[in-house]
Design a protein around this ligand. Structure first.
Ligand SMILES: *[C@@H]1O[C@H](CO)[C@@H](O)[C@H](O)[C@H]1NC(C)=O
Ligand SMILES: [Zn+2]
Length: 280
């Protein structure tokens, strides 16, 4: 097993970037985000296609592989991105396990959909581009009702309990587990890193304002499905929040964040900053 399995505080001995600046995840302080009109909606391509996906227990997390027909653009991203995989971060029984926190609040679970910029074909190639990877993050909120499509995912996790085991979910649709695109116009954007080694500093992060629902029954089921490579229960799989350093978190204008008046000149400056941050 690689160092992903060790305690996050020891990652940097083998992966120096993990101890560097501009790491992820972060705590988003809504009072301090820069509200901008320059974050248009993302454009989801192939998200409604019916696909067969392979789920594999990677020893530290379970990855759901996505075909390259699932793509992403828009949202002020510099180009088109191809989906690679999605995975979840969770806590333990009764313990929340999201990676990003909002005003210090940790959510029960977080979904990450990883996309690699075209024409790169791997994380290794994309990591040299500051926006080589586009990561979509969805925070889950505990509800009394079940998430209607999450049981497929839970059942699949039950079939990949041990490191290296894999299964296929037939007839899966990504759009079944996330809200419709029309509900995803509002999000936070910042530039950061992968949250596992090597902590590649190449990620344009999108954290949606809209949360996903999960019942306590589903949450309990998820956290007890898998085991780490060590054989211990796979719980609390999230990296602690990292310092913001000199970064700015941008947000689309919506009711859930404080609205601030932005003059035309300010918007122009933000657009320039954002574009340069993403294309450096
Ligand atoms: C999914 O797998 C089934 C069974 O192997 C196959 O019949 C079907 O064509 C596959 N669907 C897609 C979209 O690839
Ligand atoms: Zn992740």
């Amino acid at each position: 097993c690689d160092d992903t399995c060790k305690d996050p505080s020891s990652w940097e001995t083998e992966f120096p970037r993990c101890g560097g600046l501009h790491q992820s995840p972060i705590n988003i302080v809504t009072r301090k985000v820069h509200v901008t009109n320059n974050l248009p909606p993302l454009i989801f391509i192939g998200y409604t296609d019916i696909i067969n996906i392979t789920v594999e227990n990677k020893g530290h997390s379970a990855h759901f592989a996505l075909p390259p027909s699932v793509r992403l653009t828009g949202g002020a991203l510099p180009g088109y991105y191809r989906a690679a995989q999605f995975h979840f971060h969770w806590g333990g029984k009764g313990r929340p396990g999201s990676e990003h926190t909002i005003d210090g609040e940790r959510f029960p679970m977080e979904l990450h959909i990883v996309h690699i910029k075209e024409p790169y074909s791997s994380l290794a190639e994309a990591q040299h581009d500051r926006a080589g990877i586009a990561l979509l993050a969805f925070l889950f909120e505990e509800t009394t009702d079940n998430h209607p499509h999450l049981d497929t995912v839970i059942a699949a996790l039950g079939l990949v309990q041990n490191n290296g085991s894999a299964t296929v979910i037939p007839n899966f649709r990504l759009s079944d587990i996330i809200p419709p695109a029309s509900d995803l116009h509002h999000y936070y954007r910042y530039v950061g890193s992968m949250t596992t080694p090597g902590c590649e500093h190449a990620v344009a992060w999108t954290v949606f304002h809209r949360t996903l629902s999960i019942s306590s029954r589903q949450l309990d089921a998820i956290v007890k499905q898998c085991r780490f490579w060590t054989g211990l229960p796979m719980t609390d799989i999230y990296r602690p929040t990292q310092p913001l350093d000199d970064r700015i978190v941008y947000s689309t204008n919506s009711g859930t964040t404080p609205k601030s008046v932005i003059h035309l000149w300010n918007s122009f400056c933000l657009a320039v900053l954002l574009t340069s941050a993403l294309t450096q």
